[in-house]
Design a protein around this ligand. Structure first.
Ligand code: AMP
Length: 537
């Protein structure tokens, strides 16, 4: 027998309408590129999102059309977050830090019909503009708009603020993010309205991020990194004040916003928080952070010394989280269970540096070589996940089917242990990638490029632990007999092919590379050989 509940779809239309109707005076604050502060309200944001949705329809946006954004965190970007899916489109956020080659690939793969771009990011767009064919380019501007593009304000100004999206199926696609995590071409993860709404509900729970209407939330994690971990959606759902740092991501600018806007919850990758900790240590008491209840850290492992440094020296609480683009993205959050809060401080710190427990509706399993890994905190296994906010395949990419198991789980490529309480700890990655400051670098792409140099016989690129960036790439190179190539020459050779942050920090010349029985480069042995490697200052 079925229940007798209404068939009410979980869509972003409800999230936006509720915020506009019940919290019209709630503030949304953004820092502009010229560092000035822009203030608006949910009431105004609701109206402007309606105008943008009408404008997009006028421009011919059809159901399912992809609309790209190339933009920092600000309130106009938030308008697009809602207007695009309400108008039937699919929001495709682009990461301006990627190479022009990758950006062009993603825009073409997604077949983006419209691109919304920050005026300060037009030089990034210019680098791949000739390789893409969007119908319209709309500029989030603060001055003159270049020829051939539309000005955002002029476009939405004459439109009606009333927008009727009509019925939206909760399974309809609302957003797409590309992940360039593993080797090969970036892959699109296509989120439905339902997944984004469920993710908002799950992440707002008190034992997840814990969001209330009374909070003030500043996502430092960019809106182009898995939808700023879903915060623009979850914050709008609960109706809390949102603060956006724009392009000003240096520690003093971020600290000033945290203090002046009385932020209660902020979120970003460890590299950002390491920079902020250093600034706070140098200027103790310079910023009033009394309102700040928690700093969510994810994207890479939170170092225990950083968790302890914030807590002991500044009374600030780090909340460690793990997730993936394929998971919308939150998978686990680390809060100490009430039964474990009487444990000694050192034990609690050890626990808080783990990736934590799964949030509701994320199922985890660690699969070792001989089946499920025991919950003993020692046995390792590949972390596999399933749930309603987790991708079941990639956009137009059947070649990646091996990322999904036959019995319906997603293989994360992270290697974990699980302790007897269920806390997971990531110990390694089976995927051949390097994560530096929250951005991916493909070791295989670098190796392939290096092996294209006439003097290079073999090259393997490995991740080496770095105090600021978490990991940095180091290239191990074997030259062909009788050939020469300096570190400088190899660097110049790679430069045009990669974004600057993706280039190896160092080149180590070797006689030969260690290999596995099947002839693959043995990265674990290389990492072991380089364990005492020091980056030059
Ligand atoms: P992305 O899809 O770019 O969000 O990257 C997801 C990957 O980042 C995960 O599979 C992990 O390898 C890594 N990652 C994310 N959060 C953490 C964390 N808290 N600790 C360690 N690794 C993390």
């Amino acid at each position: 027998m079925n229940g007798l509940m209404m068939d009410y779809p979980l869509t972003l239309a409800h999230v936006l309408d509720r915020a506009g109707r019940y919290f019209p005076k709630q503030e949304i604050v953004s820092r502009r590129p010229d560092r000035s502060i822009h203030r608006t309200t949910y009431g105004e944001f609701h109206r402007r999102a309606g105008k943008l949705a009408n404008a997009l329809r006028r421009l011919g946006l059809a159901s399912g059309d992809r609309v790209a954004t190339l933009a920092w965190n600000h309130s106009r970007h938030l308008e697009a977050y809602f207007a695009v899916p309400l108008a039937g489109g699919v929001l495709h956020t682009l990461n301006p830090r990627l190479s022009a080659q990758d950006l062009a690939y993603m825009v073409n793969d997604a077949d983006d019909k419209i691109i919304l771009v920050d005026d300060v990011l037009l030089p990034v767009l210019d680098k791949f503009r000739s390789e893409i064919r969007p119908r319209h380019v709309i500029v989030f501007g603060h001055g003159a708009t270049p020829a051939g593009a539309l000005d955002y304000e002029q476009l939405i100004e004459p439109q009606s603020a009333d927008f009727d999206p009509g019925p939206i199926d909760e399974e309809q696609a609302a957003g797409i993010c590309y992940t360039s995590g593993t080797t090969g071409r970036p892959k699109g993860v296509l989120y439905s309205h339902r997944a984004l709404v469920l993710h908002s509900l799950i992440s707002a729970l008190p034992d997840s991020i814990g969001l209330s209407q009374a909070d003030v939330v500043m996502p430092v994690v960019p809106m182009f990194h898995v939808n700023a971990w879903g915060l623009p959606f979850s914050c709008t759902m609960v109706g809390c004040k949102q603060v956006f740092p724009g392009p000003c991501l240096d520690p003093p600018s971020l600290l000033a916003l945290l203090a002046e806007e009385k932020v209660t919850c902020t979120a970003g990758v460890p590299t950002i928080w390491l920079g902020i900790l250093e600034t706070l240590d140098k200027n103790p008491g310079a910023y009033d952070l009394k309102a700040l209840k928690q700093m969510v850290v994810g994207g890479s492992a939170a170092p225990p010394a950083m968790i302890e440094g914030y807590e002991k020296r500044h009374g600030l609480h780090i909340l460690h989280a793990w997730g993936m683009t394929e998971m919308s993205p939150i998978g686990t959050i680390c809060r100490v269970k009430s039964q474990l809060r009487s444990a000694p401080a050192a034990e609690q710190l050890r626990l808080r540096a783990t990736q934590g427990l799964p949030v509701p509706f994320v199922e985890l399993r660690a699969v070792g070589e001989d089946g499920p890994a025991a919950w003993d905190g020692k046995s390792m296994g590949e972390l596999q996940v399933r749930g309603p906010c987790i991708a079941k395949s990639y956009f137009q990419n059947p070649a990646e089917e091996d990322k999904f198991t036959r019995d319906g789980w997603f293989r994360t490529g992270d290697i974990v242990t699980v302790d007897p309480e269920g806390y997971i700890r990531i110990t390694d990655r089976s995927k051949d990638v390097i994560k530096s400051g929250g951005e991916w670098i493909s070791s295989v792409d670098l190796e392939n490029a290096l092996m294209g140099h006439p003097a290079v016989k073999e090259a393997a690129v490995v991740a080496i632990k770095h105090p600021k960036w978490d990991e940095r790439p180091v290239a191990c190179v074997v030259l062909k007999e009788g050939q020469r190539a300096s570190e400088d020459e190899l660097r110049r050779f790679l430069q045009p092919l990669f974004a600057k942050y993706q280039l190896p920090d160092a080149y180590v010349f070797m006689e030969q590379l260690p290999r596995t029985a099947t002839g693959k480069f043995l990265k674990t042995a290389l990492r072991q050989q380089l364990k005492d490697f020091k980056f030059s200052a």
